[in-house]
Design a protein around this ligand. Structure first.
Ligand code: T4K
Length: 372
């Protein structure tokens, strides 16, 4: 088959009309306030709180810094139970705080933390459970909270893929002690780079504000050791405009997902991982699982075939975080403890997924799947 005429990437960022963005920039130029909690930042905070239906939000320069400062804000110590099937940022945030990741295996259906394996990993050093709503699949939040309550642990969610998702009609940001969202360009909602923490305990706001602003509480007061995690006014302006487009992008992605399901469902050896086409989905990625025996090609062979035809699929999240060289002394990182994740990481492929994805591309992908 001939190559697709141009590269089709995993995503295409949601971009506002340029004139709408420049109108916002004009306001920034007039104000001369470029960063440090300016008017745009304040406006975006309010708009996001409303959109996400959460009582509190703290905006940050990116999702990784948000996670890092969120963990710091909760004053964790010792060990944190986390999954290895995630973007490196999740466990790197733990590393930077001197916290030890204790790797827990994942469920084979959703790739989220396997709740049945958490308890056996808890020691007297455990301070928290860090769940990842990977690909927008929601962790078993109630069961996790039940364990956390029994052992007096904090619960943090990496919700980088879960912006706008709900669980049993509850906004996803209302679970656990903190949820991090990424506002990176590749996310459903973006501020170019950016991130945020949402939480119920409003007393955290002050502490998180200090943490992202060098611990400075006033012109002559530095009260704790923070760093620079601020979202600037240009990022916030982008966010204000992109947020206006998020609902229509979600609707478009819902239709794209339905088309993918229609065209790929039933292909032997291919499992569509997230079949949820209701409004509870975050519509962030479209991952599939490739079973080589039944499909006839391995995930890597399919990936290479797609890429050579200009369909730039991605092997998220290969390699597993537990295989990073610096965890070689961490016993929980041993593959024998992580059989599901070790298997799944060789089989998952994310296909291009965004609102303006043409159905013809999906049909072309289907052709590539069925012509071996
Ligand atoms: N936790 C989880 C579970 C995460 O997935 C992430 C980030 C984080 C934490 C950390 O959040 P942040 O600190 O990033 O806010 C991308 C993103 O950089 C990263 O944000 C994201 N997860 C990860 C899953 O994907 P790469 O290295 O795959 O990005 P890149 O540059 O290869 O982009 C993918 C494709 O998107 C490109 O081939 C083309 C397209 N693209 C990309 C950019 C940046 C565009 O069309 N325009 C763009 O501006 O990491």
């Amino acid at each position: 088959m001939e190559k697709w005429k141009e590269p089709i990437y995993i995503t295409s960022p949601v971009l506002p009309e340029l004139s709408n963005f420049t109108n916002q920039l004009e306001k920034i130029w007039e104000s001369h306030i470029l960063t440090n909690n300016g008017a745009m930042h304040k406006e975006l905070e309010i708009n996001l709180k409303t959109y996400l239906k959460v009582p509190s939000i703290t905006l940050m320069s990116n999702g990784t810094i948000a996670l890092l400062l969120g963990l710091k804000g909760l004053e964790l110590s010792g060990e944190v139970i986390v999954t290895p099937f995630t973007f490196p940022a999740t466990t790197e945030a733990l590393d930077w705080l001197g916290l030890t990741p204790v790797f827990c295996d994942i469920e084979s259906e959703t790739y989220t933390i396997d709740v049945s394996k958490i308890e056996s990993l808890i020691t007297e050093k455990t301070s928290a459970i860090l769940g990842v709503h990977v690909f927008g699949n929601i962790c078993k939040v109630e069961a996790i909270q039940e364990i956390a309550d029994r052992y007096n642990l904090k619960v943090i969610y990496d919700g980088a893929h879960a912006f706008g998702a709900t669980y049993n009609n509850e906004p996803i940001g209302r679970f656990g002690d903190l949820t991090m969202f990424s506002f990176h360009a590749t996310k459903l909602f973006n501020t170019i780079e950016g991130g945020g923490l949402v939480y119920r305990d409003q007393s955290l706001y002050e502490r998180l504000y200090l943490l992202k602003n060098f611990g400075i509480s006033g012109p002559e007061n530095v009260v704790l050791s923070g760093l620079n995690g601020k979202l600037n006014e240009i990022q916030a302006a982008m966010g204000i405009e992109v947020l206006k487009l998020v609902e229509s992008e979600r609707l478009k992605r819902k239709e794209v997902q339905k088309k993918y399901i229609k065209h790929l469902d039933g292909i032997k050896g291919i499992r569509i991982i997230n079949v949820n086409t209701t409004d509870s989905n975050s519509f962030q990625y479209f991952p599939i699982e490739v079973d080589e025996m039944n499909f006839g090609l391995s995930r890597d062979q399919l990936h290479n075939k797609l890429v050579s035809h200009n369909i730039i699929s991605r092997k998220y999240f290969y390699p597993l975080c537990s295989t990073f060289e610096w965890y070689s002394d961490n016993k929980s990182a041993d593959a024998v403890n992580l059989p599901v994740a070790t298997n799944v990481v060789e089989r998952v492929l994310c296909l291009p997924f965004y609102g303006d994805l043409d159905e013809n591309v999906i049909l072309y992908i289907k052709e590539l799947f069925i012509t071996k």
